[in-house]
Ligand binder design. Structure first.
Ligand code: ATP
Ligand code: MG
Length: 336
């Protein structure tokens, strides 16, 4: 962020510490985070602990998973000196801006969010207002840093659109304050599906662990899960409508190896799903291996992680406060 004079584009993204990230999070988002962090952009990456309170995690679990998620980001190879890697609740401006933005969001537009509908159907026992206002907090996360690009999977597209709508409304009512962010959606990994129900997205909060591959699963578990992935009875490796399971595995294989669908079809021409699944499993294991080694190393150095999180929060706060002060002033809140 020190390089704003160079007008590098700003990238922000966040992930909730609701569980160990899945291969879906990795291919749909985290892999892009790492790629984008390597020079061309000014990147801010957050562990969205405030967001995860919507599902009321056990306090001890939340505490442990937040640090774990922070270590995961560093283990991906994101350099905390060159980028800003922080924990959302350490930067109080997120919650503060969220309130200002709430007052610029219509009830009806928030009620249209499909994630709210999905999650409230899945957890009818805890449909809290936080779940409803989640996209407003997410808008605050993004708008606070005058973000240009937000790397996300397809599932977050609607939330980014509402963030843009809110920003536009605020800018119209109070004068230009926020930059309008653009989504940055990686191509193939954007929509990794559940291994057990390929009509659904792979989710780390899926109660059935067979549906997802966690980034920290042991190699033999990864192999087992991929081998038991739901496919179809055609026994031909090709990308086609109605072959969601195979399409999904092809997408995963393509992301891990860089091969195109055509190349994959040729590679497995005349071979069965067994061979294909073994190849996919091996590619995934190899893709995750360096990450896992680095994660284990970092988890042994909590002092370092805490120090990085502290620095990250300080750097993020500085930029966040600039935008928050501007927004507060524009709304007419009395300034001291
Ligand atoms: P939860 O079930 O708790 O909402 P999640 O797996 O959806 O967990 P999030 O923390 O909500 O994870 O999202 C983190 C990032 O991962 C977002 O950018 C989101 O777009 C991306 N993402 C989530 N699931 C997938 C998926 N199946 N395929 C591709 N990208 C995904
Ligand atoms: Mg999600």
């Amino acid at each position: 962020m020190e390089n704003t004079a160079e007008k590098k584009k700003i990238v922000l993204s966040a992930i909730q510490p609701t569980g160990t990230p899945t291969l879906g999070n990795y291919l749909g988002a985290l892999k892009n985070w790492k790629d984008m962090s390597e020079g061309e952009y000014n990147c801010l990456y957050a562990v969205a602990d405030l967001h995860s309170l919507t599902v009321r995690p056990e306090p001890a679990d939340l505490r442990r998973r937040t640090l774990e998620m922070y270590a995961i980001l560093l283990a991906l190879g994101i350099d905390p000196e060159k980028n800003i890697v922080f924990i959302q609740s350490h930067v109080p401006q997120h919650a503060q801006l969220s309130w200002l933005l709430s007052c610029c969001t219509q009830f009806g537009e928030a009620a249209r969010m499909t994630q709210f509908k999905d999650k409230s159907e899945k957890h009818p026992e805890n449909v809290n207002v936080g779940l409803f206002t989640y996209p407003i907090l997410m808008a605050a996360d993004i708008l606070l840093y005058q973000t240009d690009f937000v790397p996300i999977g397809e599932d977050q597209k609607q939330h980014l659109e509402i963030a843009r709508d809110i920003a536009e409304r605020f800018n119209t009512v109070y004068g230009n304050t926020f930059k309008l962010p653009e989504p940055f959606i990686g191509k193939i990994g954007a929509r990794v599906k559940s291994l057990q129900d390929p009509s659904q997205k792979m989710s780390k909060s899926d109660p059935n662990p067979k549906g997802y591959i966690s980034m920290l699963d042991d190699d033999n578990i990864i192999v087992k899960k991929i081998k038991s992935a739901v496919t179809d009875s055609e026994a031909k490796v090709r990308y086609a409508e109605g072959k969601d399971g195979i399409n999904n595995l092809m997408g995963i294989y393509s992301c891990c190896t860089g091969k195109t669908y055509d190349e994959i079809e040729k590679e497995f021409d005349g071979k069965g799903y067994g061979d294909f699944k073994s190849a996919v499993a091996e590619a995934v294991v190899e893709e995750l291996r360096p990450f896992k080694t680095e994660f284990n190393r970092l988890m042994g150095d909590k002092a370092y992680l805490t120090e990085c999180a502290k620095n990250g929060a300080e750097k993020a706060s500085y930029f966040a406060q600039r935008t928050l002060s501007k927004a507060m002033k524009k709304t007419g809140l009395f300034q001291l």
